[in-house]
Ligand binder design. Structure first.
Ligand SMILES: *[C@@H]1O[C@H](CO)[C@@H](O)[C@H](O)[C@H]1NC(C)=O
Ligand SMILES: *[C@@H]1O[C@H](CO)[C@@H](O)[C@H](O)[C@H]1NC(C)=O
Ligand SMILES: *[C@@H]1O[C@H](CO)[C@@H](O)[C@H](O)[C@H]1NC(C)=O
Ligand SMILES: *[C@@H]1O[C@H](CO)[C@@H](O)[C@H](O)[C@H]1NC(C)=O
Length: 521
């Protein structure tokens, strides 16, 4: 008989993984420490999880930290942990998505899979919601550090056990490049709230704070979140998220955009979380490019912090798109406590570090990446591409472009007397990019080796010899043997794509199980 959670609506306090459930669904070291590092993913690629575990272990001085991994690949990961990180205390649990789809709002959400309302079906995967239930399922842990699997740890996280959270239920890094309101249809949200009394706001249905409704509230990045479990449960925030998801399903128009699980999380925690320093989530390290405004912010930040406007030397406008720069440069990596290789939320595929070999990652100056943008060929191909060195300089005070050497011979003035800058970059066949031939980013990146992997600083200055590809930083936690083992397996280890529907995924993982186990035996 399967042991289920106590699934009484509005009685979330009852949710807990019973010992019996654990015995049935989890393997590994079952001791739970006061600080648990948790990850949850349905990707068959387990290499990133091992990088998370190894990096945490490498820096945890007293070793008093345990891991919980929620996956569909329990036995395979268990074998890999035993082989590669034998001293880590890791509990690996499967069966979690079945558990989550017993929550009525998540179950209802699955029904949207057969409709047109959600185009990217992978957004419906219950794994996306796993983080919100961790304070319930890991009750013994007073603090849970949730990490996306595309992160690695660069510092001793055990310090988070005693961090003063000032009564906040969670802590995360604020991201002011976007505001929460961008994701939410407030009119609909207020319509859904039946507790508006005498013109005064009473958000009692969802229990959101006023900050959730403000145009000025910034988002936070959900890839690194520290939960204070008891406080989170006390405020019943999982219930708030469930109420919002329920409202999303029952509202005909879109209550929010930009994902399914992210906006309710942003709304629920708005104005309520402790803001961690940027070093706790140095992000964007899987991005191909950045917008000019973001680039200006980064360059300014680096200049203020390190006094050296050295970003210019490494970044240049991407293709014919003058307001977009490639590569992504992170000036804060030198002080990172956690590096986060998340990509661009817009459809283009991110450059995950495991998609590059260690050699390629280290040889960033010659490295190019071919990115296929079509759905069924998701491989990112590394290669030695010839990028014309064409640094662009921008005066960070005024925001004006300065002419760099190689621009002078292609710039020309248009009819209004404005200076036009054409791109130096060419396809491998020597073809010049022009806005006429390449109208979309997809065409640009899909065409040939043109993009460079994100770059990170290795010290606090930005001098030329102090820049490395961010991917190389990730590879430090993955030995040659480890990455070879995964490369040799019959599992498409570098395949980051998530199959289209949860049902399809379920079938996939079942049919795969046999070969995976065989590989390890
Ligand atoms: C918030 O933004 C919306 C849409 O941009 C705008 O209509 C509204 O007036 C703004 N509210 C405030 C208080 O600025
Ligand atoms: C940037 O602009 C400021 C203000 O106009 C100017 O003082 C400074 O010299 C400029 N810097 C460079 C490198 O051109
Ligand atoms: C774990 O990380 C350490 C430190 O960077 C590295 O030396 C070691 O090879 C890694 N272990 C594995 C199994 O990759
Ligand atoms: C990646 O995985 C998906 C399903 O997980 C599969 O449909 C696709 O063919 C795979 N792509 C490659 C290049 O292996």
């Amino acid at each position: 008989m399967r042991i289920l959670l106590a699934l009484v609506p509005c009685a979330l306090g009852e949710i807990a993984l019973s010992n019996e459930w654990r015995r049935q669904h989890c393997v590994g070291d079952m001791r739970t420490r006061s600080l648990v590092v948790a990850t949850a993913t349905d990707s068959p690629n387990l290499l990133p999880i091992l990088a998370v575990i190894n990096s945490t272990l490498t820096h945890a001085v007293d070793g008093d930290v345990s891991h919980v991994v929620i996956t569909r690949h329990v036995r395979r990961l268990h074998a890999a942990v035993a082989k590669f990180t034998p001293t880590a205390q890791v509990t690996i649990c499967g069966g979690f998505s079945d558990l989550l789809t017993q929550r009525p709002p998540l179950d209802k959400l699955q029904r949207l899979a057969d409709t047109q309302r959600v185009r990217r079906k992978e957004l419906l995967s219950p794994f996306n919601f796993a983080a919100f239930y961790l304070p319930y399922v890991l009750r013994e842990a007073s603090r849970v550090l949730y990490l996306d699997t595309d992160a690695v740890v660069e510092a001793d996280v055990t310090m988070l056990r005693s961090l003063d959270m000032g009564g906040a239920p969670a802590a995360a890094v604020e991201d002011c490049t976007q505001k929460v309101h961008k994701y939410v249809n407030y009119e609909l949200l207020e319509e859904k709230d039946h507790h508006k009394l005498g013109g005064e706001k009473h958000w009692s249905r969802f229990g959101l704070s006023d900050a959730a409704y403000s145009n000025e509230t910034c988002v936070f990045n959900r890839g690194v979140v520290l939960f204070d479990s008891a406080r989170w449960r006390e405020l019943r925030l999982t219930e708030t998220i469930e109420d919002l998801v329920d409202a999303f399903v029952s509202t005909r128009a879109k209550l929010w955009r930009g994902g399914i699980s992210q906006p309710p999380f942003l709304l629920t925690l708005a104005g309520r979380y402790l803001k961690l320093g940027v070093e706790w989530n140095v992000r964007g390290l899987g991005r191909l490019e950045l917008g000019r405004a973001e680039w200006m912010l980064l360059a300014q930040g680096a200049q203020e912090r390190y006094g050296t406007p050295g970003l210019d030397a490494h970044t240049a406008p991407a293709g014919p798109f003058r307001h977009t720069f490639n590569p992504y440069v992170s000036p804060f990596a030198a002080h990172a406590k956690i590096l986060h290789f998340n990509g661009d939320v817009r459809a283009r595929r991110p450059v995950k570090p495991w998609m590059l070999s260690k050699q390629d990652a280290e040889n960033w100056r010659r490295l190019g990446i071919e990115v296929s943008t079509t759905e069924d060929t998701t491989r990112h191909i590394t290669g030695v591409c010839k990028l014309a060195a064409c640094p662009t300089a921008v005066n960070v005070t005024t925001g004006r472009r300065l002419r760099s050497k190689c621009e002078t011979w292609t710039s020309s003035e248009d009819v209004d007397g404005r200076v036009r800058y054409d791109q130096q970059r060419r396809s491998l066949s020597g073809e010049r990019w022009t806005a006429k031939t390449l109208k979309t980013f997809g065409a640009y990146y899909g065409h040939a080796c043109v993009a460079r992997a994100p770059l990170c600083t290795c010290r606090s200055d930005m001098s030329d010899d102090c820049v490395t590809s961010c991917a190389a930083l990730w590879h430090r936690y993955v030995s040659e043997e480890l990455s070879q083992s995964f490369a040799a397996s019959d599992v498409a280890w570098a395949n980051d794509s998530i199959a289209s529907t949860p049902h399809h995924l379920r079938a996939l993982s079942d049919s795969r199980r046999l070969t995976e186990v065989q590989w390890w035996l």
